[in-house]
Design a protein around this ligand. Structure first.
Ligand code: ASP
Length: 346
């Protein structure tokens, strides 16, 4: 099979690109430009698969905004040259990177598929080969009109294709490492790859040029509330210098302790000019600050509801919005809007 489909395969680091040293048995990154030698089965696609490896490759725990800017720039530079992009990335922060790319790349017309593995590709029982092969197939897939099947930033892992900004790393051990609790899978790979087209975002204009945006402001702090949290702890956290926004990880549908000290402390932070976004600690479901009086109290003092957004997507969205807008009103307005499929508006 020969066709003119072209894929850019980017290796950033993570377990997938490791090989066991035959003598010491240590895991070491292998030379990714040799991937077609390592996995000759990729040649069977008949696509042009070009590779680009970060140097040095990184464990995804070292991902930062500079990394996201570099990755966005790489996709932007190569956008017109390839039909799709596959990014190999460590699993630990893959959901953050997928979320960030979804905002930074804007409304894309081509697939950007992130994948990785729990076991290195050079190990016999690896999950990396299937993840990589199916990701390439998905990135190259077109519909009958010649348009990409999934023009979104996605994560493919263990037979499931997810919208990237809806995912969370769920397990540190099992092969099905990710979950998308609040949004259906975009595709499932069995004997065939079945696309759930009604859940995929399609552009209104397929000829739209890429308009990436690399202005990010990471002045964000997450406060996860716990039963019995001390007033002094909350007070000191909310007065952390250099932050513009707090993600308050609350209980259930957006509830927090009802004590006056708690609401007073959050209100003081808002009065000092901070944005406070309410995201639930629950892995599934949404914040509804009208459901209980403990949530209503937060709404009344100006806390913004994060709906069914994941913490990862909320972090990336805040970095992105704070980078674009200086006025809190603008940031709060877009936090309540679904801009890249990250939020179900009700
Ligand atoms: N620590 C690794 C990383 O995130 C784990 C992995 O690749 O799955 O880079």
């Amino acid at each position: 099979m020969k066709n003119d489909t072209s894929i850019l395969l980017v290796y950033t680091g993570g377990t997938i690109g490791m090989k066991q040293d035959p003598v010491s048995f240590d895991l070491r990154p292998f030379d990714f430009s040799q991937i077609l030698e390592e996995m000759p089965e990729l040649k069977k696609f008949g696509y042009r698969i070009d590779t680009y490896s970060f140097d040095p490759v990184i464990d995804s725990s070292d991902v930062d905004t500079g990394f996201w800017i570099r990755l966005t720039g790489l996709i932007e530079e190569n956008y017109n040259r390839y039909d799709g992009f596959v990014i190999l990335h460590g699993t630990d922060t893959m959901s953050f990177t997928a979320s960030a790319l979804s905002f930074m790349l804007g409304d894309i017309t081509k697939p950007v598929i992130l994948t990785g593995s729990q076991l290195p590709i050079g190990m016999l029982r690896t999950d990396g080969k299937e993840n990589l092969i199916s990701s390439i197939e998905i990135a190259a897939s077109k519909d009958k009109d010649g348009h990409p099947m999934v023009p979104e930033v996605c994560i493919y892992f263990e037979s499931q294709l997810y919208r990237g900004n809806r995912t969370t790393k769920y397990t540190a051990e099992n092969f099905r490492a990710f979950r998308s609790a609040n949004y259906p899978v975009l595709a499932e790979a069995g004997i065939h790859i079945k696309y759930n087209t009604s859940f995929i975002r399609y552009p209104d204009n397929w000829d739209r040029p890429l308009k990436a945006c690399c202005k990010l402001d990471p002045s964000v702090l997450i406060i996860k509330i716990i039963p019995g949290m001390r007033q002094s702890v909350l007070e000191s956290l909310t007065q952390t210098p250099g932050i513009r926004a707090i993600i308050l990880e609350t209980f259930g549908s957006g509830n927090a302790p009802s004590g006056k000290w708690f609401t007073d402390c959050i209100k003081k932070a808002i009065d000092r000019g901070l944005i406070v976004l309410n995201i639930t600690q629950c892995p599934a479901g949404r914040v509804d600050m009208d459901a209980y009086s403990t949530g209503k109290a937060l709404k009344n003092i100006g806390v913004t509801g994060g709906g069914d957004c994941t913490t990862e997507a909320a972090v990336a969205k805040l970095f992105f919005l704070l980078g674009q807008y200086t006025d809190n009103k603008d940031v709060e307005f877009f936090l309540k809007k679904n801009i890249r499929g990250e939020l179900t508006e009700v």
